[in-house]
Write a protein that binds this ligand. Structure first.
Ligand code: PLP
Length: 386
């Protein structure tokens, strides 16, 4: 890649510098809640070591501050998706183990070794290259086994023919890992099959003299639902952020850590019959006020929430009306509600029971909360509460 292209990319990844007089849209991230969620997950997981999953900018919450909070709260290690995400954490002075879940091309091993990253081996294709490179560029390896997710990992059928190469890598193999495809499914038949496959793979490795000291197969839902078996470690992501899709998560008292808040940019009183926004999809049924907020689909607020979501204001909720545009959305309020430019409105609430909680909005959209938080653009100011 030419140098100038790399520069453009790096600049693109940097969050915008917030300015006190700038765009009034912020994600407020409560790091204390994340630390408490970690404690609760630790208890639910029987004290197993926790690889906290902070990929995708900590699910949109802010990778480095969240990682620092987790490190201070005693997380065992952090899991990211790519080399770049691992390097971002090291640049942010994160010192605990960092596991790169998405694997690594052999050419990148020197960089990973210098930064003391732990690498998931996600397939058989580079085992020989790894064996050649690791004596000079050592990294710890976690062997990913495809027990039923069908993406990354060695298939059980590939294990036998690759045992000689894995034996050569054995001094560096610290862990073995799988990933549940259906940990949220009350009918746990497939998860049990994955577990049996994992156990069979580990026995095959043990027979070949390969004894990873760590084993981990569980994401958040597996932690919350006690599907951990003989695992030494767990890999929760969503639950750390206080979001969950299973009842056990709420019962554990997980607290959502993120609120999305926008200040009102403009307020207008409108007569009945006025239409609002592109396509004129909202027609005022009676005189009302329209508050415009500087948050749109470019910020990650989904376009299909127009005419479907509500926002929180002064203890009440009010409907988002009209289409969401790139940088703005519009809220309808009765004429007797005092509202002025600068007033804060909550777009994503930290109260899981609220109609504008991330889980409820995700349900409305037929998606999962991950998609909504991961989509929060880096141009949104993150404000971190201790
Ligand atoms: C390999 C792997 N492990 C763990 C997790 C964490 O999953 P969750 O956020 O559901 O806890 C993910 C997330 O997608 C993942 O890809």
């Amino acid at each position: 890649m030419p140098n100038d292209e790399r520069l453009v990319n790096e600049q693109h990844l940097e969050p915008l510098m917030p300015h006190p007089e700038g765009r009034a849209l912020r994600a407020e991230v409560d790091l204390g809640r994340i630390a408490r969620n970690l404690d609760r997950i630790r208890t639910a997981s029987g004290g197993r070591g926790i690889w906290g999953v902070v990929k995708a900018n900590a699910y949109g919450h802010g990778a480095v501050p969240v990682s620092r909070a987790l490190e201070d709260a005693g997380v065992y290690g952090l899991a990211v998706s790519s080399l770049e995400e691992g390097l971002e954490l090291r640049r942010g002075a994160i010192e605990c183990p960092i596991l790169v879940l998405g694997g690594l091309r052999p050419e990148a091993l020197p960089a990973a070794s210098v930064e003391n990253l732990t690498i998931a081996v996600v397939g058989p294709e580079h085992l020989d290259d790894y064996a050649r490179a690791l004596p000079q560029h050592p990294v710890r390896l976690h062997l990913k086994l495809d027990t039923g997710m069908g993406r990354f990992g060695l298939l059980p059928s590939e294990l036998g023919e690759n045992l000689p190469q894995l034996q050569r890598l054995s001094p560096w193999i610290e862990g073995a890992m799988g990933h549940f495809a259906t940990a949220d499914d009350p009918d746990s038949g497939f998860a049990q099959r994955q577990r049996r496959t994992f156990d069979a793979c580990l026995s095959q490795l043990a027979d070949a003299g390969i004894h990873p000291e760590q084993r981990h197969h569980g994401n958040s839902d597996a932690c919350l639902r006690g599907m951990l078996d003989q695992d030494t470690h767990v890999r929760p992501g969503l639950a750390l952020y206080g979001l969950t899709m299973v009842a056990e998560g709420r019962a554990l008292g997980l607290e959502p850590a993120l609120e999305l808040v926008a200040e009102v940019a403009r307020v207008k009183a409108m007569p009945a019959g006025t239409t609002v926004g592109y396509g004129r999809t909202f027609v005022a049924p009676h005189p009302l006020q329209i508050a415009t907020l500087a948050c749109g689909y470019a910020d990650g607020y989904r376009r299909d929430l127009g005419n479907r979501a509500v926002v929180g204001f002064k203890g009440r909720t009010f409907p988002v009306v009209g289409r969401i545009s790139m940088d703005y959305l519009t809220v309808a309020l009765p004429l007797d509600v005092p509202v002025a430019p600068g007033d804060p409105m909550t777009l994503y609430s930290g109260d899981p029971a609220a109609a504008h909680s991330l889980e409820r909005l995700a349900q409305t959209l037929g998606t999962i909360p991950y998609e909504l938080t991961c989509a929060l653009h880096r141009r949104i100011t993150r404000r971190f509460l201790p």
